[in-house]
Design a protein around this ligand. Structure first.
Ligand code: CDP
Length: 229
């Protein structure tokens, strides 16, 4: 079967990573969580006490930071920085709070985008993020933009944090989700928005399995078209 590029974008809690991971598994493709690279820059910036407005230092950090992504048997990649596993730390509330500020710096985006494009060019890839269909892989054969209503997205994010050991009240989680939505959609460069040729899927009332099935069906259709053309 043809090795396609599949781009899955959407806001926090829309179900991107769950869907992308499972779609990759079903197709035998590689899953790339692009937010993890922005999160890694944010984590190291926090540790090194780099100010979020220090664009030069953050750009240098993004250019030089080596994030080691190790696939796991359960389909969840593990992330290491200098030999230390940081998988859970990447999704901590502290990182959630600053990652969008880091991700809006143009030189940070350029550095991360270049790394992602090098991976994406291999094909046979499912990438999730905010600008995959618009900027990182604009020629991806399948583009999906996931949405869900705010209450659902907050509940999903709260549950995810709980599973990682962070027990936060829903109003705190809601504030973080709204802040990130705002920063990600209003930034100048590569804002969160559907590509003009993206399939928009509201996941509010869908089970994860239904989301995965819809995306896999889109991929199969595309593969059929390619084989018959
Ligand atoms: O999982 P969740 O949707 O909450 O976030 P994520 O995909 O891990 O992304 C974390 C943050 O990184 C986002 O809020 C964006 O600020 C930034 N990001 C981005 O700007 N572009 C991407 N392709 C992926 C993430």
């Amino acid at each position: 079967m043809t090795n396609l590029q599949i781009a899955i974008d959407g806001p926090a809690g829309s179900g991107k990573s769950t869907a992308a991971r499972q779609v990759a598994k079903e197709l035998g493709y590689i899953y790339v969580d692009t937010g993890a690279l922005y999160r890694a820059v944010a984590l190291v910036a926090l540790r090194q006490k780099i100010d979020c407005s220090d664009e030069n230092l953050l750009a240098r950090l993004a250019q030089t930071l080596d994030v080691d992504i190790r696939p796991q048997s359960d389909g969840n990649p593990a992330y290491f920085i200098k030999g230390e596993e940081v998988t859970d730390k990447l999704r901590s509330p502290e990182v959630n709070n600053i990652v969008s500020q880091v991700a809006k710096i143009p030189a940070v985006r350029t550095a991360v985008t270049q790394k992602l494009q090098a991976i994406g060019n291999l094909g046979g890839i499912v990438m999730d993020g905010r600008d995959i269909g618009t900027v990182v892989l604009p020629t991806a054969e399948v583009k999906v933009f996931l949405t869900a209503d705010l209450a659902t997205r907050v509940a999903r994010r709260q549950q995810e944090l709980l599973e990682r050991g962070f027990d936060l009240p829903s109003d705190v989680v809601k504030e973080e989700v709204l802040k990130r939505d705002h920063e990600d959609s209003k930034r100048m460069l590569a804002p969160l928005k559907p590509a003009s040729d993206a399939y928009i899927l509201d996941t509010t009332k869908l089970t994860p399995e239904q989301v995965v099935q819809t995306i896999v069906d889109l991929v199969r259709q595309k593969q059929q078209q390619q084989l018959s053309s």
